[in-house]
Design a protein around this ligand. Structure first.
Ligand SMILES: NC(=O)c1ccc[n+]([C@@H]2O[C@H](COP(=O)([O-])OP(=O)(O)OC[C@H]3O[C@@H](n4cnc5c(N)ncnc54)[C@H](OP(=O)(O)O)[C@@H]3O)[C@@H](O)[C@H]2O)c1
Length: 305
């Protein structure tokens, strides 16, 4: 009998419960995975609160979690590229914060041995979002790129992936995260009033592109710093994107993109930073932490812990 985090009504983290959900079997094209690690992000909190109910109404009770790493337990009909016992990572909506998940067999890749469970469990959501965004903003070698909320889940990946593209990266974070940003390869700068002027001192010739994962004032600074508004993208503030004529970006997940990220981690070229992991029974604490908006890197749910 597998257990999962469920919620029967929208609301604060306390609506989350640990419940028995039965042993589900994979249908054709699906795989049952024993989940070892699954990232938790603001999107999960927004779904739980009901913020997205207009665009993405959920049938309650619902589960959460949209990325995972784990071991294949059973494959459905027509699935031939993985078999029971394979270690994999991938994405699947609203099922991953559970001991077992039924996932689409087309949405997973092999977990390299050199990648830990925690690292593998956080690559599919923030990692793919960061990579999608840098691709959309067409970041080139020799350019200077601004990443807002650079110490967070998406930001930590975006900084490193932009550096790998050959860019100079300026990242915003609070002071306690500045050394961390340097360790990822970014020039740190504090967010808050005066941001645009601080960045101009670091990059007097301006910024070529900006990726925003914070919203609000980060976007006003970006439009002051980047001449071409098609090279400013936000994943955090769609309303501001429409108002300012910049790009509202979202993620474009694929097994090619995920495989590339897993390979970079395996080769030691990309760090998947997990600051803390939580057993399922501590999901409420983990949600509270994400909602404070000061997680460094990622938080992970470890259903087998
Ligand atoms: N559209 C999409 O496809 C998509 C995908 C993923 C995420 N998102 C959205 O993108 C946003 C970021 O996601 P995430 O997972 O990266 O979040 P996160 O990990 O929860 O972000 C936490 C980080 O934000 C930083 N931060 C807080 N306030 C800030 C500010 N005013 N300016 C700059 N940094 C600030 C914190 O740094 P300090 O502790 O140093 O303050 C912390 O490291 C969320 O709104 C999320 O919903 C969208």
């Amino acid at each position: 009998m597998a257990r999962a985090i469920v919620f029967a009504r929208h609301g604060a983290p306390e609506v989350l419960e640990l419940a028995e959900v039965g042993d589900e079997r994979p249908a054709a094209g699906e795989v049952r995975v024993r989940v070892e690690a699954a990232g938790l992000q603001p999107f999960d909190c927004a779904l739980r609160r009901g913020d997205l109910a207009r665009w993405m109404p959920l049938r309650l009770p619902s589960r959460l979690g949209n990325e995972f790493a784990g071991t294949v337990e059973e494959v459905g009909a027509g699935v031939h590229h993985v078999t029971a016992g394979d270690e994999v990572l991938g994405w699947a909506n609203l099922v991953c914060h559970a001991e077992a998940a039924i996932v689409n067999a087309c949405q997973l890749v092999s977990k390299p041995i050199a990648v830990s469970w925690d690292e593998a469990g956080v690559l599919s959501a923030s990692g793919q979002t960061a990579d999608t965004a840098l691709e959309a903003l067409a970041v080139e070698p020799g350019e200077t790129v601004m990443v807002h909320a650079a110490a967070g889940g998406v930001g930590s990946f975006a900084v490193q992936l932009a550096v790998l593209r050959g860019a100079t990266v300026i990242g915003t974070a609070s002071e306690p995260n500045h050394q961390y940003l340097e360790s990822l390869g970014a020039i740190p700068v504090a967010y808050g009033p005066g941001l645009e002027a601080r960045v101009r001192r670091i990059a007097p010739r301006g910024i070529d592109a900006a990726l925003d994962a914070a919203g609000g004032e980060a976007l006003n600074a970006s439009v002051g710093l980047v001449v071409d508004r098609t090279r400013i993208g936000t994943i955090a503030d769609r309303a501001a994107a429409a108002r300012l004529g910049i790009r509202a970006l979202s993620t474009d997940r694929s097994v090619q993109r995920l495989g590339k990220l897993a390979d970079l981690v395996a080769r030691g070229s990309l760090r998947a930073v997990v600051s803390e992991s939580f057993p399922l029974r501590d999901a409420v604490t983990a949600h509270r932490l994400v909602e404070r908006r000061h997680v460094r890197g990622k938080l992970v749910v470890r259903p087998t812990a």
